[in-house]
Design a protein around this ligand. Structure first.
Ligand SMILES: [Zn+2]
Length: 200
């Protein structure tokens, strides 16, 4: 079973040099993964339905985003001009593991710093923005606000559960001493990534 290392053919499409700079483009099949990447704090765009492969490929290259896809044909369109990771797993846990192992992605990068719905960086909510919240939540330090979709995020049970899962992924999948992308060249991985464990 392959557990680490670049299972990728050599290409000149290395990732940006640090986690702060990495941004993702998820194909529409990976919208759920995109939401988790936003929860972890990564700038992540999910492709809208009906966009053709060439446009997706162009967008990934133009915006310098790492394309995440399960579609080999789409991955091949980007390989050579942009960064792409062809995911082999079948569920969110497998993908969480692949990203941690192959990109040294930090699942606790900047938790809940971006809107889960639209990717906009969140701001701390002021008193007026917190007006509709339950009294127990209002005035706490951790209420955040999305200016684009007028949504509030706070550490209620749903957010706490998501944070807990992000922590588990980080603890379980992060490789000791992994250095983000320094030695990883992302290309089209034509082997199916072997997984010996499916959590939860
Ligand atoms: Zn939003």
């Amino acid at each position: 079973m392959a557990t680490s290392g670049p299972h990728a053919k050599p290409a000149d499409n290395a990732l940006p040099s640090g986690p702060a700079q990495v941004a993702f483009l998820c194909d529409e099949m990976l919208a759920g993964l995109g939401r988790w990447l936003r929860a972890a704090g990564y700038d992540t765009v999910v492709v809208e339905r009906g966009i053709d492969d060439r446009q997706v490929a162009r967008r990934a290259v133009h915006e310098g985003r790492v394309l995440l896809t399960r579609d080999r044909r789409l991955a091949e369109q980007v390989a050579g001009t942009g960064a792409v990771l062809l995911l082999g797993g079948n569920d969110i846990y497998a993908w969480a593991r692949e990203l941690a192992e192959r990109l040294a992605l930090d699942w606790m990068f900047r938790p809940f710093s971006r809107c889960l719905c639209c990717n906009t960086p969140l701001e701390l909510a002021d008193a007026a923005q917190q007006g509709d919240l339950p009294p127990a939540v209002r005035g706490t330090q951790n209420v955040r606000y999305c200016t684009a979709c007028d949504k509030l995020f706070w550490e209620g049970s749903h957010v706490r559960r998501m944070q807990q899962r992000l922590r588990e992924w980080k603890g379980r999948y992060t490789q000791d001493g992994a250095v983000f992308a320094d030695t990883v060249t992302v290309g089209v991985d034509l082997s199916v990534f072997g997984l010996d464990e499916q959590s939860d």
